[in-house]
Design a protein around this ligand. Sequence first.
Ligand code: PGA
Length: 249
Amino acid sequence: MRTQIVAGNWKMNKNLEETEALLSELSAKVPDTKAEIIVAPTFVNLATAVRSLQSSVIQVAAQNMHFAENGAFTGEISADMLLNIGVDNVILGHSERRSLFGEEDSLLEKKVNTALARKMRVIFCFGEELEERKNNNHFAVVADQLKNALFHLEASQWRQIVLAYEPVWAIGTGETATPEQAQEMHAFIRKTIGEAYDHELAEKVTILYGGSVKPGNAAEIFAKPDVDGGLIGGASLKCDDFLAIVKAI
Ligand code: PGA
């Protein structure tokens, strides 16, 4: 049985008080589940999140990090800074980082290497844009994103990788991939990993779906055999919506 995860990417939302309020509500109401639950508040509230979730099953992730150990990188955050405050999960390659901040596969490869060397777990995001799907290029795009940033890894390092397939056209748009589209792509991703490594390894990789997952569509998407959970944006900002999605798994 693969690890199932529901992760909330809060993006640039929630100030300190709002973070504390949402976390205490989540901790109080969190259902009993075999799935791992992760939240990714903004950098300035990570230490608070770790502290307030100390006795909770809910884990904390960062939304990004720099690849360098330390140095003259104004505005950036290192792996050691995250580990030092108790954060050992990091989201890398989110489509907003790629499209708004120019992060390319070659940069992501470096970030992945640093995170893995520091024994962090990476939630690696990737997915095609609408134009690429319309041109029937989506499988090739996704295979390239995986190959460029991850296929240099050794098989043993994949234990620290969680994949999050997020078609860009479904992020924050209210338009979700159908459960069939998600399953089709997740099966393709597993097959691609199987060909690059082996079938056994591919079967063990947790692959999340992200893009407008809501309480109303989560169960259908999570029911697909190759979908192991979700990366949730908008709906992770409301306690009841996020926990309804957790329950759907
Ligand atoms: P969304 O965001 O759920 O608001 O579409 C998902 C994501 O960006 O990870």
